[in-house]
Design a protein around this ligand. Structure first.
Ligand code: MV4
Length: 447
């Protein structure tokens, strides 16, 4: 087991990882920018190292400073959290070269999944169902026309170096296709320095369902069920649940089994998320994330398993604490992402939190790095906390969520809490009847 873990992140996820380390009796080091000297993760860690000025590229993304902080403090492993360097293959390789364990998959697995064409080809080879489309990159308009005619319109053109919704163009007819292909290629080239694009059938009303997987480092794979993350705005998730209200136990175990086998065949190590679009009872792979995700607590709530403990165990060579047959799905969980933003326009609202009171009681978890009197710096994302609610079933979970939202107080700044108070009272949400476009339509109506 590791002696000392360096946490290369900030905010609620730094605290989340810190808690797991403390429970496992592992010493902790955090790194921080000058803007985060007063942050909770800095206060609670055993040691802290200031690695640079506020901009992320000079601090949380500064690989050399982070490696130096490991050497100075004698950390033998790094947990990257999510965002920042968590899916940076070069960072994983550099740590390995310094005999420091990256708590995550190999640099090569990160690299494969970071290239969306390569990821899709890999998924298909491993028996994961993919969206119909081109076999690889498409450059010629003639080839694009042939593929589009074969799969049928509408089609979507995606950047191979994109992901998470960046660099996509939809073509509804052959007339749209030429412009869509040209703009997608030039935008991808300008944004990512790689103009490779691919074509897929455009699914019009899917849900976003993602399967939590783990490789144990010894060639075995398991799944921890799925999360439904369809409620998004501009590719930012807002509300996530486990299980998906759209799946039955048979579908869960079928897609989970396919994903677990793929992870085993890939020789993958650590936590991963296989993302699907789900429409008319069918799953279509879109991407794989090679990190712990923001919404992992809903999976923890329904399985009772600490996923950060599992990441640390696997990275240290100790394998998983559970086999597939030990993983049971118990009840229902919902997570609300509480952002320091205007609840209608989503304009960031940094500043001082004058009063912060979190809800409690059975089935309530709040993961947050803020406190009364804390000043939210303007340099980073606006997530200030997550409310995770668990119940024996979805109805109980929703009742408890409504009550927890009533108890939650954040004064001094604007937050997205009022949006969640509206959503818990909405009939479509109560029925679990929503797709990836539901939230944007709801916000456009201004209800
Ligand atoms: C799609 C799609 C429809 N058809 N692919 C957006 C994020 C990126 N991960 C993939 N995305 C999409 N890919 C096909 N073939 C629709 C989206 C999409 C979306 C997906 C998940 C959650 C929210 C979304 C919002 C808009 C578009």
């Amino acid at each position: 087991m590791f002696q000392k873990i360096l946490i290369a992140n900030r905010g609620e996820i730094a605290l989340r990882v810190l808690r797991a380390c403390k429970e496992l009796g592992i010493q902790t080091v955090v790194v921080h920018s000058t803007a985060d000297a007063d942050a909770m993760h800095v206060r609670l860690a055993d040691e802290s190292v200031c690695i640079g000025p506020p901009p992320s590229r000079d601090s949380y993304l500064n690989i050399h400073q982070i490696v130096a902080a490991c050497e100075i403090t004698g950390a033998d492993a790094v947990h990257p959290g999510y965002g920042f360097l968590s899916e940076n293959a070069k960072f994983a390789d550099i740590l390995a070269a310094h005999n420091i364990t990256f708590i995550g998959p190999s640099g090569d697995h990160i690299r494969v999944m970071g290239d969306k064409i390569e990821a899709k080809r890999t998924a298909k080879r491993l028996g994961i169902p993919v969206v119909p489309g081109s076999d690889g990159a498409v450059t010629e308009e003639k080839e694009a026309r042939r593929i589009a005619a074969e799969i049928g319109y509408p089609v979507i053109i995606k950047a191979s170096a994109g992901g998470g919704g960046r660099g996509m163009k939809v073509a509804h007819t052959e007339t749209d296709l030429e412009i869509a292909l040209q703009t997608a290629r030039s935008e991808a080239g300008a944004a990512f320095g790689d103009d490779a694009v691919y074509i897929e059938k455009y699914l019009e009303k899917p849900r976003h369902i993602e399967v939590q997987v783990f490789g144990d480092g010894f060639g075995h794979g398991v799944h921890f069920g799925e999360r439904d993350c369809s409620l998004q705005r501009r590719h930012q998730k807002v509300w996530e649940e486990a299980n998906s209200p759209a799946l039955n136990a048979e579908e869960r175990s079928r897609i989970g089994g396919i994903c677990a086998k793929a992870i085993a065949d890939l020789g993958y190590s650590g936590a991963g998320t296989i993302e699907f679009l789900y429409e008319n009872g069918e799953f279509y792979f879109i991407e794989m994330n090679t990190r712990l995700q923001v919404e992992h607590p809903v999976t923890e709530a329904i399985t009772g398993i600490d996923l950060v403990h599992e990441q640390i165990r696997v990275a240290s060579g100790g394998g998983l604490s559970v086999r597939q047959e030990d993983i049971k799905f118990n009840g229902h969980a919902i997570e609300c992402r509480i952002n320091a933003e205007d609840p209608r326009t989503f304009t960031p609202s940094p500043g001082t939190i004058t009063h912060f009171h979190t809800p409690g009681g059975l089935g309530i978890r709040v993961d947050s790095g803020v406190y009364s009197g804390y000043k939210i710096p303007p340099y980073y994302d606006s997530l200030i906390g997550k409310l995770i609610v668990h119940g024996r079933n979805r109805v109980e979970c929703m009742m408890r969520l409504r009550r927890a939202l009533d108890e939650f107080v954040v004064d001094g700044i604007k937050t997205t809490l009022p949006l969640f108070r509206d959503l818990v009272g909405n009939a479509d949400i109560a029925n679990g009847d929503y797709d990836i476009h539901w939230l944007e339509k709801y916000l456009a109506k201004g209800e």
